[in-house]
Ligand binder design. Structure first.
Ligand SMILES: [Zn+2]
Length: 323
């Protein structure tokens, strides 16, 4: 699975998650002994029910397009691949691996379409999925908001404690919602923290950008996987020293720095893809646990494709010493 994706080498190396490993990593070992002997083949409908348990569609934002994109509910599903984006490269990877279900964070068709002719990229994606016998399921803002969702995984990976949603879900539990805020185990410099962020994420061309004094000490951290520049009011209200998110555009970022008068919250801008990739292994493990507890034998894997759109970056910071 890795041979075609040498450019996707990462700090956090993507890993195939075997069903047994996924289950062993979670709850219910005693039950697994009882069910392993009678492991049954799952249908797509079984997997959709398990996914709904973890990432209820009711948690999705109104504007979002989540749920089943392609596939018959009755079809057998023995292999599920997780990825951030349903790009053609990812779809080919899933088909090569023999997946019957590709679960992606981003929707294939976030806006209305009038054609799925194979003359367009989206249409070709639909054709390849159907021709290859592979269903597609989108778990997007419902996967952000849920417990164990994208920002929860980011917060965990950064070592945050006392974690709460940055913006509570309107129809959810108190621990559900968009973004997370929590505390580091101890005070550290913004520079050291940025290095922690960099080391934790998959390697992408864009790296990590920081706004703020490198030596400033921080403790309270807000995070939002994916594009989070609509959450500045919530970030300020949380009292966070630093905000880690992706796709920070010039005007929201500039205005946030102006209103902070050069102080807190500092900003750390990361790759959208990288910030959401971390969720994939955790999501695969969670789905594997639910399916195993129900007696289903499903193999799970995380895509090795780097679908970050950027390939290289030029920066004056890399000028030769003495230049
Ligand atoms: Zn996203």
């Amino acid at each position: 699975m890795q041979e075609d994706h040498t450019e996707s080498a990462s700090h956090a190396e993507p890993a195939e998650i075997a069903h047994d490993d996924a289950h062993d990593a979670g709850l219910g070992d005693a039950e697994s002994v009882a069910t392993e002997g009678a492991a049954a083949a799952a249908t797509l409908a079984d997997v959709l029910l398990a996914a709904e348990e973890l990432w209820p569609e009711s948690l999705a934002e109104d504007w979002d397009a989540v749920g089943l994109v392609a596939g018959h509910p009755q079809m057998a599903v023995a292999k599920v691949m997780f990825a951030v984006d349903p790009t053609l490269e990812v779809i080919e990877e899933a088909l090569d691996w023999g997946a019957q279900l590709l679960l992606t964070h981003h929707p294939l068709m976030p806006k209305g379409v009038h054609s799925v002719a194979a003359t367009s990229g989206k249409g070709q994606a639909v054709h390849r999925l159907i021709e290859g016998g592979c269903a597609l399921l989108t778990v997007h803002t419902n996967g952000d908001s849920a417990v164990g969702g994208v920002s929860d995984v980011l917060a965990d990976a950064l070592g945050l404690t006392e974690v709460q949603p940055l913006q509570h879900a309107s129809l959810g539990l108190p621990e559900e919602g968009i973004g997370r805020v929590g505390d580091l185990e101890s005070v550290m410099s913004l520079g050291d923290f940025a290095e922690r962020v960099f080391e934790m994420l998959p390697a992408v061309a864009g790296g990590v950008r920081v706004a703020g004094d490198r030596q400033a000490l921080i403790r309270k951290v807000a995070v939002c996987g994916g594009a989070g520049d609509g959450l500045f009011d919530a970030v300020r209200a949380s009292g966070a020293d630093v905000y880690v998110t992706a796709d920070l555009r010039h005007h929201p970022a500039s205005e946030a720095r102006e209103s902070a008068a050069g102080g807190r919250p500092f900003l750390i801008d990361v790759s959208h893809f990288a910030s959401e990739w971390l969720w994939l292994p955790a999501a695969a493990t969670a789905l594997g646990n639910v399916l195993a507890d129900q007696g289903f034998d499903v193999e799970l894997a995380v895509s090795q494709t780097n679908s970050d759109p950027w390939d290289f970056v030029l920066t004056p910071g890399l000028a030769a010493p003495g230049a």
